[in-house]
Design a protein around this ligand. Structure first.
Ligand SMILES: [Zn+2]
Length: 309
């Protein structure tokens, strides 16, 4: 099995996007006296390496280069390299040392690389001192639309938690696009409405100049403005038999036609996910499994190319 894997090994295209090792054991670190490309090729050819080693982060002072080696097939623990090539020289590499980064998760590598826009290869020394890299980072950028307050933005938090453990997904970077519900109300009225009704209590829901009521407490009806979604509107009608003035805060309204990699949530979706041209939608109270499924859908629809080797 291992031999077949090795026989199938092809040299990595140094221009391929999102090249990421699938196992940190493939990556060795070596202190060297020079990062000159010719020297590196010669030094790492016909050299003994651990049988899993495919990449070497060559380090000289605080600079590094990324070298790929081809090995002789073996069933032993160590073998000889038969060729070496420099995938990224010292001028094309940046180094991140951050023990909070799990280098086995592509999205975590991509997030670390965000600090170095345009850099070809970002080498990361992360948790457990494991070293890995992302070559030619080109993550899928997912626009995440949500509304706050109430805060913090729950869906954004869920997406980050899912991506933090998504070992099998290509690199995804989330780009938050958060709308402020207080601002939506302020933009709808020249002076704040005297009475505001919001779906439930939540942090950050302060409305100076307005008396605030909470729909889930079923307060006596007033001439208020509902700051809520269509579902709240329906509940209001059930409670009071009337339709109030309303400022809609359902994030679905901000989906646009170019939203292929957009994720948001909707009050009217009960369970599962909906995927359409304008984006992918999860329920207002989505589970982590639904958030994960939505991200998988976005990834499948994207044309991301990644090399997980
Ligand atoms: Zn909605």
């Amino acid at each position: 099995m291992r031999t077949e894997e090795r026989a199938a090994t092809r040299p990595t295209d140094p221009a391929a996007p999102n090249v990421i090792p699938s196992r940190y054991r493939q990556v060795a670190v070596a202190a060297v006296p020079s990062l000159d490309p010719d020297w590196l090729v010669e030094h790492f050819t016909d050299r003994e390496v651990y049988f899993r080693t495919r990449f070497v982060v060559a380090r000289y002072d605080d600079r590094v280069a990324l070298v790929e080696v081809d090995r002789k097939a073996t069933d032993d623990l160590f073998t000889l390299t038969v060729a070496a090539r420099v995938l990224a020289g010292p001028d094309d590499c940046a180094v991140v040392v951050d023990e909070s980064v799990d280098t086995g998760v592509p999205s975590q590598l991509a997030a670390a690389a965000e600090a170095f826009p345009g850099v070809k290869c970002v080498v990361v020394e992360g948790s457990y001192s494991h070293v890995s890299f992302i070559l030619n980072p080109a993550p899928i950028r997912v626009r995440l639309i949500d509304v706050v307050p109430p805060g913090p933005a729950k869906l954004l938090d869920q997406v980050r938690r899912v991506l933090a453990t998504a070992e099998d997904l290509p690199p995804v970077v989330v780009v938050p696009d958060l709308f402020d519900s207080r601002r939506l109300l302020a933009e709808a009225y020249d002076v704040p409405p005297r009475d505001v009704l919001i779906p439930c209590r939540g942090s950050g829901m302060d409305f100076p100049g307005s008396t605030v009521s909470f729909l889930d407490e079923r307060p006596p009806v007033r001439d208020w403005t509902l700051l809520g979604c269509e579902r709240s509107n329906q509940i209001h009608h059930w409670f009071y038999g009337s339709t109030p003035e309303r400022v809609d805060i359902c994030p679905r309204q901000w989906l646009t036609s170019d939203g292929q990699s957009t994720l948001t949530r909707c009050c009217l979706l009960q369970e599962g996910i909906e995927s359409e041209r304008t984006g992918t939608v999860v329920p207002w109270g989505a589970s982590l499994a639904e958030v994960r499924a939505a991200l998988e859908t976005i990834v499948d629809r994207s044309e991301v190319v990644w090399t997980h080797i």
